[in-house]
Design a binder for this molecule. Structure first.
Ligand code: ADP
Ligand code: ZN
Length: 662
């Protein structure tokens, strides 16, 4: 009997078999999405094979599939193999893995139009590459041309010209009839890179991120499979696109945690890149001025080849970084210390541009009642409500809950408050007072309400319509604006003392990256950093652009306290609306883990249960257990955890090698 093997996005790691109704006998089914009945539900699944001689088991009556969704194949052999690997690696079923790789939501358009191939005027740069660029390009080129599976790390300081190396490498892939995936950590960067890539490669380039419509995504899928699209620039999920001749995968700003997915399956795009490069005998290139500790470690163990680009183009100086200690200075007039204010004033007088960074949106991170000192808390989360002034309201940045303002103090009924701390709207307000004739672009999640904003900011700064770019971490990465001469960090301490083993690393990266946004062309750059902790080693090493010393100190600490790369980590989070029940079950899971470990000789250490950094989130309490050990052993133990019966309304989330332990 002929049946279809279907995998479904349910947490059961097995295939399900369906028969083909008379009406669909003539259609191709393999590697397409199908709609089937499953229990009393109606689900979309993936037809991964057609079995001609299925041995029917007695008394099991197979159901017919309902419909075939896709006319053309949307899976490839590689993608199916990848889904199996994902399932083995990240504790999910093959169906769940495929739902991550090829979204169920992909919508078949009525008509698929061909990508128009106009004759582009292909732009090429009018400069010669530096010796470092040449060396990097030669090595990458060699591997691509000869189908050698190599992984490279480009460790290049900000402004060393990494983009040109990526572009030349993509060119090599295209010239050798291969395709390329180019990942960026942040949507705000896509206009800059799409613009560069389209100029260089024309219409074979497509953009892929969460803002692209499901119909558009289907068209891209199609254009990739029939070879009309050869290059995709995109966010994390672009790593799964079904190219059949993938020659090159680039991951820019590889240290960013956006390459890691937090929810199930908690995959890491860098690991997927390595897998696909290996499968295709092709090349993965990671690039950063501040490589993650794990990645740099992998270059020392020769897992990756290191390509260094230690100087800026033309050996331009790195911008000087100056710490302004807020221990001694009290800020009373504005959020800017006097030296910071004066530096902005001078830069503007010289008609240069300024980037101002503060990693908090809103007006002030909390407010406190003038009468009784109550801090207004979110009713659903154990965090303070953030005060927004434009438009005026209170907002929880974790669950989105909003209150009108003014509001009566929940404790004493008074209506007057003091604001505590500063956020981007406050900085903007001060800037407007201090520099009333200057045009300011504020870029944070409140202003970036549509895709168009990212194009507006890129063009607005590039054309010098705006003199000041102010914003959250969106302004710190990847931008290449030649007229920016000054970078101001309003408060460097926001990430410094978070209870997480990566908090120093994040601070080092953040300061180095944002500093790298200025002095990139002819004008000298200068960076001012306001902090209460100017002696902190992450800040001090960032100030000297001393990556290697920072790495050495950090790796020492990782080794002493046993953190990655010296072990793998898993984070189990248990949630319930009742705090006691959460803790109770967390303790049960902990005991269960202990018992499991007793019967093995695995070297796994268990930590917890401990409250998550934010105990209550969206009305649910969260406790966590941390496992440290070897990936394989951890995974084996965790598979047993997934079989535990969960009490009513208790949920469990397992993350392998999470980006943080908060
Ligand atoms: P990075 O990504 O390393 O921070 P970019 O790739 O953005 O640096 O390069 C910085 C600037 O230098 C860009 O405007 C780029 O066009 C320019 N550039 C790159 N390579 C060269 C070169 N060899 N000579 C002159 N300018 C270059
Ligand atoms: Zn909340």
């Amino acid at each position: 009997m002929k049946v279809i093997e279907v995998v479904l996005p349910v947490p059961l790691n097995k295939s399900f078999y369906y028969t083909i109704p008379e009406t669909l006998q003539k259609q191709e089914i393999k590697y397409r999405r199908v709609n089937v009945d499953f229990g009393n539900r109606n689900l979309t699944g993936y037809a991964i094979s057609v079995i001609e001689n299925y041995q029917q088991q007695e008394n099991i009556k197979l159901k017919d599939i309902n419909t075939i969704i896709d006319e053309v194949e949307i899976l490839t052999d590689e993608i199916v193999a990848l889904s199996k690997w994902l399932s083995e690696t990240y504790l999910c079923s093959i169906g769940e893995a495929l739902a991550t790789i090829v979204p169920i939501s992909l919508q078949v358009p009525k008509r698929i139009s061909k990508v128009k191939h106009s004759k582009n005027e292909i732009f090429n740069p009018n400069f010669d590459m530096t010796v470092y660029q040449k060396n990097a390009v030669e090595q990458i080129e060699h591997s691509i041309k000869n189908n050698i599976n190599d992984n490279f790390l480009i460790h290049g300081v900000t402004g060393s010209g990494k983009t040109e190396v990526y572009l030349k490498s993509i060119q090599t892939a295209i010239d050798n009839n291969k395709s390329a995936i180019f990942l960026l950590p942040e949507i705000s960067l896509t206009p800059q890179f799409i613009s560069i890539l389209k100029k260089r490669f024309g219409n074979i380039v497509a953009l892929w991120h969460s803002g692209v419509t499901t119909i558009q995504k289907y068209k891209i899928f199609n254009a990739i499979q029939n070879g009309e699209i050869k290059i995709v620039v995109g966010a994390r999920s672009a790593i799964f696109l079904p190219f059949t001749n993938l020659g090159l995968i680039i991951i820019d700003e590889e240290h960013e945690n956006t390459y890691k997915q937090n929810n199930k399956p908690s995959y890491d795009a860098k690991e997927i890149a390595l897998w696909r490069a290996n499968y295709n005998n092709s090349v993965a290139v990671f690039g950063s001025a501040t490589p993650s500790i794990e990645t740099y470690y992998n270059t020392l163990t020769k897992k990756y080849k290191l390509l260094e680009m230690p100087y800026r183009i033309d050996k331009k100086d790195m911008p000087s970084i100056k710490m302004i200690s807020l221990k001694e200075i009290k800020l009373t007039v504005s959020v800017f210390s006097k030296p910071m204010f004066l530096a902005i004033k001078r830069a503007l007088a010289r008609r240069e541009q300024v980037i101002i960074f503060l990693n908090r949106r809103g007006f002030s991170p909390s407010i406190i009642c003038k009468e009784c000192d109550t801090v207004v808390q979110c009713p659903n989360c154990s965090v303070a409500m953030v005060y927004h002034k434009y438009p005026e309201h209170l907002e929880c940045h974790y669950c989105g809950k909003q209150f009108n303002f003014p509001l009566k103090c929940p404790t004493c009924g008074n209506k007057e408050y003091k604001v505590l701390g500063v956020a981007t709207q406050r900085v903007e307000e001060d800037l407007k007072k201090l520099f009333p004739h200057t045009k300011i672009f504020r870029l944070d999640r409140d202003t970036a309400t549509s895709k168009k904003v990212y194009t507006d900011v890129y063009e607005g700064i590039k054309s010098e319509e705006y003199s000041i770019l102010l914003g959250t971490q969106m302004v710190t990465k990847g931008f290449d604006f030649p007229r920016v001469s000054l970078v101001c960090v309003v408060d460097a301490d926001t990430s410094l003392y978070l209870p997480d083993f990566r908090s120093s690393e994040r601070t080092f990266q953040l300061i180095t990256q944002v500093a790298g946004r200025c002095g990139r062309a002819d004008i000298k750059g200068k960076v001012l950093v306001q902090t209460k902790y100017p002696q902190n080693y992450a800040l001090a090493f960032a100030q000297q652009y001393n990556y290697k010393s920072f790495y050495e100190q950090e790796i020492e600490y990782r080794k002493d306290l046993s953190y990655p790369p010296f072990c793998n980590i898993a984070k189990i989070t248990i949630r319930n609306k009742d705090n006691n029940k959460t803790l109770e079950f967390a303790e049960k899971v902990y005991k269960f883990l202990e018992e499991q470990l007793d019967s093995t000789n695995y070297k796994i250490s268990l930590l917890g249960p401990a409250q998550s950094y934010i105990l209550k989130l969206n009305g649910t309490f969260r406790w966590q257990i941390i496992l440290k050990g070897q990936r394989k052993e951890i995974k084996e133990i965790l598979e047993k955890v997934t079989t535990l019966k969960l009490p009513y309304e208790t949920f469990i989330n397992i993350e392998l090698d999470p980006s943080d332990l908060l």
